[in-house]
Design a protein around this ligand. Structure first.
Ligand code: CA
Length: 501
């Protein structure tokens, strides 16, 4: 005959079990691992959480279906190295000092991985780092560091391992760095929490998809965007750019051999380029799926903060432009998806529509990991937003800036303010005198494709004055005054040096 267990014993046992479970959850919640996946030049509408996406990215989407999707995430400078500097430091480019693609990240500038390392994390960087064009040395803040010089290649890149030997690793870049990430996670000594930044080359130009995805989009018709032909109310520099390295009639990263070509038939080159760009992202999606399964198998999926994002967006023909750098939406909008059950339960996914920025990563990640915040950052932690709590102090506007590059003379200096409804873009000459290019004013909620420049319409004079004052305020609060920038030497037809393309 079974003996009845006294009720109070059951209650005590249950309470103990709940407490122990609670403490496990609490420990995990305090010190999650961090997997930060950083792609290069991926547009915000090239993940299928975005309903306008042509491509399907089910593995990236799954992070959002089990976590938090930020559809209004932006970079503060749409250029690789300055943006990467902002992602690591939480500061605007003028404050961290990486002002172009040839500048090293200052050795004494704090980073969130270094802050986690100091807080007891084991840290690693694997893949494209790209601050300091030819430097593949180990950088501060990382216990393990694998990178390469320059942009890397889609096939057979020469990597340098922890500052030691350089070795060509055969295979497709995206697959190779995913293998390296898994190897590091498998063979890591000790039981510290870890933080790994995985830097992809994809989908950066020149686009070379994996053979299995070379023809994945052959069936998709790819016309020029309508906005490419609606430039009458913009400053002449827009039209001067059309035939250049960064223009829609230009060489399109070698997809067009004879250029400029303004004939309608030349759209075939544009289509081929676009399909290749999309193809490279399919391999990134596979990589995300592999890492997800790996973490799941290792029992680490739910105590890891997974962040999927990119350094900047990409203009793919919009406004007649190829590449990035300008303040237009396709250039500054970036995907951001986060999965961590400490923020939201996987069965309660969340969409956070607030405007988030690259400079928010440092404060957000450190707060989620329970590490002390860094000083002098310009961003804000979105932890509360990701947990579904209101943050009445959240920004309603932000500063975007870009400095003219002699090496890429296709974009003027840019100083812009974006709100939820408006965007105002100035193109200062750089000598402190009056602007020589006409500004842009776009009413984003009515005109999301930025077709109508309202700057000359007297009905919006008050709005321009208001946004100009807000731009000046934002420059001040981000420590950008005096606002130094190069002299704008104009839009040029010259090709950039072959080594830095
Ligand atoms: Ca980039």
């Amino acid at each position: 005959m079974r003996r009845a267990i006294p009720t109070h014993c059951v209650v005590i046992a249950l309470a103990a079990a709940v407490l122990s479970l609670f403490s496990v959850v609490l420990r995990a919640a305090e010190r999650p691992n961090v997997l930060f996946i950083l792609t290069d030049d991926q547009r915000w509408d090239c993940i299928s959480l975005n309903p306008d996406s042509t491509i399907a990215t089910p593995k990236i989407d799954r992070l959002g279906h089990e976590g938090v999707y930020f559809p209004n995430h932006f970079c503060t400078t749409s250029l690789c190295s300055p943006s990467r500097g902002s992602i690591l430091s939480g500061r605007y480019a003028h404050a961290h000092g990486v002002s172009d693609n040839f500048t090293e990240y200052p050795a004494d500038m704090p980073t969130w991985p270094a802050a986690l390392q100091q807080a007891g994390y084991e840290t690693a960087y694997i893949g494209k780092y790209h601050m300091g064009e030819e430097n593949d040395d180990v950088r501060g803040g990382f216990d393990y560091f694998v990178t390469h010089r320059g942009q890397g290649k889609y096939f057979d890149t020469e990597f340098r391992f922890n500052g030691g030997e350089r070795r060509v690793v055969e295979g497709y870049y995206t697959t190779v760095v995913t293998d390296m990430a898994q190897d590091w996670l498998k063979n890591r000594p000790g039981d510290k929490p870890w933080a790994l930044v995985l830097g992809h080359k994809a989908p950066h130009s020149f686009y070379n998809p994996e053979p299995q995805y070379e023809n994945a989009f052959n069936h998709v018709n790819v016309p020029y965007p309508a906005t490419a032909f609606q430039l009458d109310d913009n400053d002449p520099w827009y039209r001067q750019r059309l035939d250049t390295w960064h223009g829609i009639y230009g060489p399109l990263f070698d997809y067009r051999k004879q250029w400029p070509d303004r004939s309608p038939a030349a759209v075939k080159d544009f289509a081929a380029m676009t399909r290749a760009y999309w193809g490279t992202i399919l391999s990134v999606d596979d990589s995300v799926g592999r890492l997800y399964q790996f973490l799941k198998g290792a029992g680490q999926l739910d105590n890891t903060l997974i962040v999927f994002t990119s350094d900047n967006g990409l203009l793919n023909g919009e406004q007649g432009m190829i590449d990035k750098r300008t303040a237009h939406e396709p250039s500054i909008r970036v995907p951001l998806v986060v999965r961590y059950p400490g923020l939201t339960s996987p069965d309660k996914p969340r969409v956070v529509s607030a405007m988030t920025l690259t400079v928010d990563f440092a404060p957000s990640i450190l707060e989620i990991c329970g590490a002390p915040p860094m000083k002098k950052t310009h961003g804000r932690s979105w932890k509360r937003l990701a947990m579904g709590q209101a943050d009445p102090q959240w920004r309603t506007s932000f500063l975007y800036h870009y400095n003219y590059e002699k090496q890429f003379p296709y974009t003027p200096n840019v100083r812009a303010v974006r709100t939820g409804e408006w965007k105002y873009i100035r193109y200062p000459h750089g000598d402190g005198g009056p602007d020589r290019h006409k500004a842009d004013l776009f009413h984003l909620t009515a005109d999301p494709e930025e077709v109508s420049n309202l700057i000359d319409d007297p009905r919006y004079a008050d709005k321009v004055a208001e946004l100009d004052a807000e731009l000046n305020r934002l420059l001040k609060v981000t420590d950008a005054v005096p606002d130094k920038m190069p002299i704008d030497e104009g839009i040029k037809k010259d090709l950039p040096d072959a080594k830095i393309r």
